[in-house]
Design a protein around this ligand. Structure first.
Ligand SMILES: C[S@@+](CC[C@H](N)C(=O)[O-])C[C@H]1O[C@@H](n2cnc3c(N)ncnc32)[C@H](O)[C@@H]1O
Length: 276
């Protein structure tokens, strides 16, 4: 099927934020479309997952006791990282029943890894999130643009951070020129993946929206500190990965390798008595 949005030099990001977010999210809830996204996630997993985990660990500065992945999708990244560590406990959450079902199927029998069907916003409700506990590191990888209420969602996540704990939000920035858009689309291996990436791209935040979001989540003077940067992922990750994984345009599928195309938001809990 051809997509009219692919015809012009610049994709058309039509609709309100809520409409674009809903179009992007259906790729994770529709039982047929999720096959396209699961395959794309599986391809990116090794490099993106390892790189983001390394950056988060570097920021935390110590081995995490408990790690949360918010919006874990089909669980490829968290499963890979859980299998590479010996003692850390991992919890992956996602509101999509299809994604959690696949995550449980994909995960080997690892008693340190659990999945729960929850959205970020659900963490604010003590009874819904009962028993989930607190975390040293929370990853929010390529998901924030899909959340219906990112401010409450991120507040709920940071409230689950142990003292000194870090929430690392990494996402892609909505393209503002045709070359930027084309670079993202170049990672697609077929038309279905192109349509998937176009829908995701339309939901991504602009730098200005990200700054507003960060301020709304953590107003100055609160117990959570904020750092928002736009470095490339390899600039951050090569040091911490120690060169073990060559992060470049081909291994990264073209994602996050150009300055300004990827944003990193670090929310650190500075309180000594738990969540903010
Ligand atoms: C692009 S996938 C990312 C999967 C994984 N983090 C990765 O990087 O491979 C986005 C995931 O975010 C999930 N999501 C959507 N809304 C969410 C919310 N409010 N809270 C948490 N996750 C959400 C979707 O269901 C989807 O599985």
């Amino acid at each position: 099927m051809t997509d009219a949005r692919l015809a012009g030099p610049m994709p058309d990001f039509a609709g309100t934020r809520a409409e674009r977010q809903e179009r992007a999210q259906r790729w994770f809830t529709d039982s047929e479309l999720i096959s396209v996204t699961a395959e794309h996630e599986a391809r990116l997993t090794r490099f993106f997952g390892l790189a983001t985990f390394s950056v988060g660990m570097g920021k935390l500065g110590r081995a995490p006791r408990r790690v949360l992945e918010v919006g874990c999708g089909t669980g490829h990244q968290i499963t890979m990282v859980a299998n590479m560590t010996a003692e850390t406990e991992f919890v992956g959450i996602d509101p999509s029943a299809s994604a959690i079902e696949r995550a449980r199927q994909n995960a080997p029998d690892n008693p340190r890894l659990r999945f729960r069907q929850l959205g970020a916003e659900d963490l604010a409700d003590a009874s819904t999130a009962a028993g989930i506990g607190e975390f040293d590191l929370a990853f929010v990888n390529l998901t924030i643009a899909l959340w219906t209420d990112p401010v409450s969602g991120l507040r709920a996540v940071t409230a689950r951070l142990a003292p000194g704990g870090v929430c690392y939000v990494i996402d892609l920035v909505r393209p503002s020129d045709p070359e930027h858009a084309a670079q993202f689309l170049s990672g697609a291996v077929n038309e279905a993946e192109k349509r998937y990436l176009l829908d995701q791209m339309a939901a991504w935040y602009t730098p200005r929206e990200l700054e507003e979001l960060a301020l709304a989540v953590c107003p100055p003077g609160g117990g959570t500190s904020v750092e928002l940067t736009y470095r490339t992922l390899d600039e951050y990750a090569v040091d911490v990965v120690g060169g073990a994984v060559p992060l470049n345009e081909s291994t990264m599928d073209g994602l996050g390798t150009r300055r300004g195309h990827v944003c990193h938001l670090f929310l650190t809990n500075n309180r000594s008595d738990g969540g903010s």
